[in-house]
Design a protein around this ligand. Structure first.
Ligand code: FAD
Length: 479
């Protein structure tokens, strides 16, 4: 029997697909890379995942877990074909444990759905990637997702208490649990952010937080990104860590407002969306500081969201910003890098310069509080040769961020897109330790090959596209 026949026999009809027209939608995520799977399976239980992994291993086929495919670094793209395991049918919230403020969930639960289910209990799941209407808890765990509200509450890794994982031989391990900070090696910490290279997460115990008593959302308009950045530094300097601190530049604003009509002023040079939450008295005091600091930094106008609807409108537009870019160009390459937040204005000047030199419009969104920038390079892929220019511009932006003391990803992960630039921020020794961990947990190397770590036989998309090595990457590591 072929692998497909064995998997169909084990999972029954309607769960395993191999026809091109069925599997082609799994060849991409939100990034630029592509890879066609041989098979796609949609298991309903951990036991079915075990069977899939065992059979794939016996056939020597790569195994790629997939959530919603909203990743931007090609993480869920099957670089070498093989079996894609979609978690779409494992989407149950198994338990909301109110007294212990946690939930047990299957990996295919959509991020926002978990907070909706937890809301009647007065609780919510803090990591809120802008993709939260679609992205899954499994994908959030694998990529250690961040989000606007992770500034004060921390990225996904801070909210995962325990995991159930299917390993390369089909065995199941449980790590962590409802009691935080257990003894032994922190395997949960190793799994979070490992981008599907160590195993398939089949269940997670996640921390839930109490809904805040009060929330104040301020929209501050500035003439320039420099002035808005001054306000960011001023706020942090005053000891205010807002729950969210987002910045958008003029080009981003024009697209967002045209798409959503949420009240973002397209005439501003930059805006800050600042949210503080907590106990009522504390929130009133912090909102007053936000107002004072923004005015001190030269805010042209300050608007306080007048109602929950107002606030929801502002956030819907910010979180939908990527889709709004279609107003400017049919394609975008959404970059993700980090610099120390005081370097944001200098980096933005360089991003603008790179855009002008490559003749590409670039809209900028930032999680400004933690220095995470998201330049969106806008283009029309139908123009011959444009992708090379887009990639080269992206590479330059990344190199500038590294030169500024930053790093190659804030939250989207390394995936296929950035594995070749890992040597820009990690030494050969650092990478070797990571490789050893990976090989110890998955000696087969079949879990999500060609992701995260450059391996001697990696199929990197950059090399496949014939790009030359960026400056700083030693010979032999650009593969
Ligand atoms: C418009 C837009 C906005 C975004 N905003 C943010 C943001 O604010 N913050 C942020 O961090 N990201 C953001 N992202 C990126 C993306 O949504 C996140 O990385 C998200 O966590 C991916 O979840 P997913 O379910 O789509 O995973 P996928 O894209 O399907 O997979 C991502 C990775 O997780 C692995 N994986 C998935 N499920 C499992 C599992 N059960 N076990 C093991 N590995 C698994 C995959 O193999 C892959 O490596 C955004 C994306 C878009 C398109």
């Amino acid at each position: 029997m072929t692998l497909a026949e064995r998997l169909r026999a084990a999972l029954g009809p309607g769960s395993v697909f191999s026809a091109t027209e069925d599997v082609i939608t799994y060849e991409y995520d939100y990034g630029l890379d592509r890879g066609m799977p041989d098979l796609v399976a949609l298991p309903r239980s951990t036991a079915e995942v075990q069977v899939l992994v065992r059979e794939a291993q016996a056939a020597g086929a790569p195994v790629v877990a997939r959530g919603a495919g909203t990743g931007i670094a090609g993480g869920a793209v099957p670089a070498r074909g093989g079996l894609v395991i979609s978690m779409a049918r494992m989407n149950r919230v198994v338990q909301i444990d109110r007294p212990n403020r946690c939930a047990v969930v299957q990996p295919g639960v959509v991020n926002l759905d978990l907070s909706k289910v937890a809301e009647p209990y007065g609780l919510f799941f803090a990591p809120d990637p802008s993709s939260q209407k679609a992205s899954t808890i499994g994908g959030n765990i694998a990529n250690n997702a961040g989000g606007p509200h992770c500034l004060s509450l921390g990225a996904t890794v801070n909210h995962i208490l325990g995991l159930e994982v299917v390993l390369h031989d089909g065995s199941v391990v449980r790590m962590g649990g409802k009691s935080p900070d257990g003894p032994g090696l922190d395997l949960t910490g190793v799994l979070v952010g490992s981008e599907g290279t160590l195993g398939v997460v089949t269940e997670a115990t996640v921390r839930l937080l109490p809904l805040p008593e009060a929330v104040r959302t301020t929209l501050a308009l500035f003439a320039s990104v420099e002035a808005a950045s001054e306000a960011v530094s001023g706020l942090i300097g005053r000891g205010v860590v807002p729950s969210a601190l987002e910045m958008m530049d003029k080009l981003a604003l024009s697209a967002i407002e045209a798409a959503f009509h949420a009240g973002y002023p397209p005439e501003a040079g930059a805006v800050l969306l600042v949210e503080v939450d907590g106990l009522l008295e504390q929130v009133e005091a912090q909102a007053a500081v936000v107002d004072e600091v923004c005015r001190g930094a030269g805010a042209i106008e300050i608007r306080l969201a007048a109602s929950d609807e107002d606030r929801a409108r502002l956030w819907a537009a910010r979180k939908g910003a990527a889709s709004a870019m279609g107003r400017i160009a049919p394609n975008y390459y959404l970059h993700d890098a980090v610099v120390p937040r005081t370097r944001l204005p200098a980096i933005l000047a360089q991003v603008i310069e790179v855009g002008e030199r490559y003749d590409l419009p670039i809209a900028n969104l930032f999680h400004a509080g933690d220095g995470n920038l998201h330049p969106m390079i806008l283009f029309d892929i139908r123009q011959p040769g444009i992708l090379d220019r887009v990639l080269a511009a992206g590479q330059e932006i990344l190199s500038r961020c590294i030169d500024a003391g930053g790093t190659i990803t804030g939250e989207h992960g390394v995936g296929m897109e950035k594995q070749a630039v890992m040597p820009l921020i990690f030494s050969a020794e650092d990478l070797e330790v990571m490789r050893r961990v990976r090989t110890a947990v998955d000696p087969s190397g079949n879990f999500n090959p060609d992701k995260v770590l450059p391996m001697p036989d990696s199929h990197t998309p950059a090399a496949a596209r014939g790009q030359s090595a960026p400056p700083g990457i030693p010979d032999g590591l650009w593969i």
